[in-house]
Design a protein around this ligand. Structure first.
Ligand code: SAM
Length: 214
């Protein structure tokens, strides 16, 4: 997976490649899906949600430039797989999931795989997790209509936020954006790639019915 799906497609960060070699993806897929764990795509994990494609996980974590010892927040724990990769690199990670049953399963899987340093919270990640802010790196694993102001505000100086933005049903689709905090009231934005993610649902995301909440 690492050589064919990641390195061959341009993922260069050695920390990301090493972490993806170490974390067993089969420990995070739904029971019965283990044989597909290293295939090049997302897989269902229940509640209409997915464990993301390995290449997209690598692309996002490379883009967010996470370093050992940094403060990290993930929004959209899902299976816990990306949180485990982040924990391999950074050490400790806060991750928020809106579906309590998914959060519970992810917590169990992370502990069983040796990633007890990931704290999984249940809640609306569009509001971030103020208790542990500010963060050097924030990764959002679901696509919102815009960049949530709460997440921008929880970035430390020099902090990076990587998030898919846009309407997956629209012709232009979603863009993976990287926002860097360059000053107290200054953020710079760049587009990394076109992507396709499940919706980010919450106060600063989409409403449950697909309309714009924020
Ligand atoms: N990172 C995950 C992994 O490695 O398996 C994949 C995440 S999946 C593509 C997106 C997740 O975001 C879903 O589990 C969904 O329930 C969650 N989600 C959507 N909106 C959310 C919100 N406002 N706060 C927290 N989680 C949210």
């Amino acid at each position: 997976m690492v050589e064919r799906q990641l390195a061959a497609r341009g993922i260069r960060d050695a920390r990301v490649l090493d972490a993806m070699r170490k974390v067993p993806r089969e420990a995070f897929v739904a029971p019965g899906s283990e044989e597909f764990a290293y295939e090049d795509g997302p897989l269902p994990i229940g509640h209409g949600q997915t464990i993301s494609q390995p290449y997209i996980v690598a692309l996002m974590i490379e883009a967010v430039e996470v370093r050992p010892g940094e403060r990290v927040l993930e929004v959209g724990t899902g299976s816990g797989y990306a949180a485990a990769i982040l924990a391999e690199i950074a050490g400790a990670v806060h991750s928020i999931e809106r579906h309590a049953p998914l959060a519970g399963t992810a917590r169990e899987r992370l502990a069983a795989a040796g990633y007890g340093s990931v704290e999984v919270h249940v809640g609306d990640g569009t509001l971030g997790w103020a208790e542990a802010a500010p963060y050097d790196a924030i990764l959002v694993a679901a696509g919102g209509p815009l960049v949530p102001e709460a997440l921008k505000a929880q970035l430390a100086p020099g902090g990076r936020l990587v998030i898919p933005v846009g309407d997956v049903a629209a012709a232009e689709g979603q863009s993976l954006l990287k926002i860097t905090r360059t000053g107290d009231d200054r953020w710079e934005q760049e587009r990394i790639a076109g992507v396709r993610f499940v919706p980010l649902i919450g106060a600063q995301g989409w409403a449950e019915d697909g309309s714009r909440a924020a």
